[in-house]
Design a protein around this ligand. Structure first.
Ligand code: ZN
Length: 181
């Protein structure tokens, strides 16, 4: 497995607005994305993660590994379905009115210190981009957990961190209209 140096939230990389990748997309970026997916998959293997001293993650953005370009990887299993994407120039093209949240809050491979609080995301999104797994332009319809992960990663590319979205006056407020995921 390729090991990645993951930059912390204190580094300016995490606050930069990343640049579009120009076409044709370099093989170097495509291969990096495939390595990022593999890294995430392995990080979810408890034994492997402990042995290699890495934290489990479900998403990783380019700027987290020091590349200020618009691409991110995600890998997760939700309801027995595998969500495995490496997206270049992702765009959110539509969102639901309904919001969703993880009751225990979100985590991030770049964030070590705890930031308790509820992060509201769209329950459903449509995201377009070039996917290196299928090697084509895709439009993904995501809902629930995978939609939350994709929005978290997309935020990274704009220099946003999950705790920026926590209500500072009332971090644990539960919106009764939002869906608990
Ligand atoms: Zn993150």
């Amino acid at each position: 497995m390729k090991d990645f140096k993951i930059y912390p939230d204190t580094h300016p990389y995490l606050r930069c607005k990343c640049e579009e990748v120009s076409s044709p997309f370099p093989n170097e970026i495509k291969n990096t994305l495939l390595d990022m997916i593999e890294y995430l998959k392995l990080s979810q293997d408890n034994e492997y993660a402990i042995k290699h001293n890495i934290r489990p993650g479900v998403g990783l953005s380019a700027n987290q590994i020091g590349i200020t370009k618009r691409f991110f990887a995600m890998y997760l299993l939700d309801s027995d379905k595998e969500y495995k994407y490496g997206l270049i120039n992702p765009k959110i093209i539509s969102t639901s009115v309904t919001k969703a949240y993880l009751p225990s809050g979100e985590g991030c491979l770049s964030v070590i210190t705890p930031h308790p609080g509820i992060v509201y995301r769209y329950f459903k999104i449509k995201m377009a981009g070039f996917d290196v797994v299928t090697n084509k332009e895709v439009t993904l319809s995501l809902q629930g957990y995978p939609a939350i992960v994709a929005q978290h990663e997309y935020d990274h590319l704009n220099g946003l961190l999950f705790y920026d979205r926590i209500n500072k006056d009332n971090p644990l407020y539960i919106d009764p209209d939002a869906v608990e995921v």
